[in-house]
Ligand binder design. Sequence first.
Ligand SMILES: NC(=O)C1=CN([C@@H]2O[C@H](COP(=O)(O)OP(=O)(O)OC[C@H]3O[C@@H](n4cnc5c(N)ncnc54)[C@H](OP(=O)(O)O)[C@@H]3O)[C@@H](O)[C@H]2O)C=CC1
Ligand SMILES: N[C@@H](CC(=O)OP(=O)(O)O)C(=O)O
Length: 342
Amino acid sequence: MAKIKVGILGATGNVGQRFIQALDNHPWFEISALAASERSAGKKYGEVADWKIGTEIPETVEDIEVVTIDPKKIDADIVFSALPADLAMTVEPAFAKEGFVVASNASAFRMEEDIPLTIPEVNPDHLELIDVQKKNRNWDGCIITNPNCSTIMMAVTLKPLLQFGMESINVATMQAISGAGYNGIYAMSIYDNVVPYIGGEEEKIETETLKIFGEFDGGKIKNAPFKVSASCNRVPVIDGHTEAVWATLKDDPKPETVRDAFLKFDPGLSHLPTEPKHPIIVRDEPDRPQPRLDRDMGNGMSVSVGRIREGIRYVALGHNTIRGAAGASVLNAELLKEKGYL
Ligand SMILES: NC(=O)C1=CN([C@@H]2O[C@H](COP(=O)(O)OP(=O)(O)OC[C@H]3O[C@@H](n4cnc5c(N)ncnc54)[C@H](OP(=O)(O)O)[C@@H]3O)[C@@H](O)[C@H]2O)C=CC1
Ligand SMILES: N[C@@H](CC(=O)OP(=O)(O)O)C(=O)O
């Protein structure tokens, strides 16, 4: 079977490199185009990408000539967007208009009424918003988005708890510095320190979660009725967002019941190449999960949980630029292919 051609917008960046890692040797997709700014265009990817992942740049992309972000320069069926959000705001609709499927990691369109904000294990039915979107906007292509990196870790773990009746969620995050981008925060600001503010992050967690758990009636999404309250902190960790979650559940289940629900969670997606064997991993040690030890579980796609206590209280952790960014987008694209949108 011929592979589906994919392009990466923002291919030289932090998340763009994670896309390349996730798509190298992918059984269904092959990278056919890499796009970035004028600074990089016209040069070989291997020359311009300041590769920050601790593996070699894949040989398959080293000699690809980087192009500018222009639909006419890209031969692909789907483009993955790892662009800054302000740029995504104009670029992503231009690609959708030209017939591309755009799987976006940027925040620009996540909360638009007719644009899916999807996590395959949580709300796969929301992908059907694509049909509404194409009709509304008269596009041949479409945009689908994955959530903010903190929202997604929490949402994956909330899915098996829905059965107990969700009343409210409180979360305190401890977010890695890679979430701010390679040059996002000075070492002098974060070393020996915690910064209790990440612009816009709390609002994103509080609103995106309600859309993700909202009910899709075939036309639009009615937001979930529970309350989410977030408090976000930047901590001196390179990769891996850790979250302390308090979930108020109507049935007041015991910690052992919640542990069992996490263990039994099986979204039935094991046929998708990027889906980890265990989307949720339960750690019983009193001091886990930890970013250094748990962020790479399931090739960076598993969310680890631990410290499940009465309340219900627990800690969740996942890799922010893999499960929280590029890996999430690639998993969405695999689901799109399975559902016939690609
Ligand atoms: N799901 C999530 O929560 C996460 C989302 N993100 C989002 O992913 C996106 C990328 O983040 P990150 O990889 O850290 O950013 P980087 O700054 O590392 O990379 C940005 C990329 O965009 C390109 N770019 C920048 N400006 C322009 C321009 N004017 N024209 C064309 N290309 C341009 C850069 O190309 P060049 O190298 O040529 O300058 C580079 O490839 C952001 O929207 C970020 O918010 C990030 C982390 C997690
Ligand atoms: N704000 C996130 C990363 C990010 O870029 O999120 P978003 O795609 O929602 O802007 C972090 O700092 O860890």
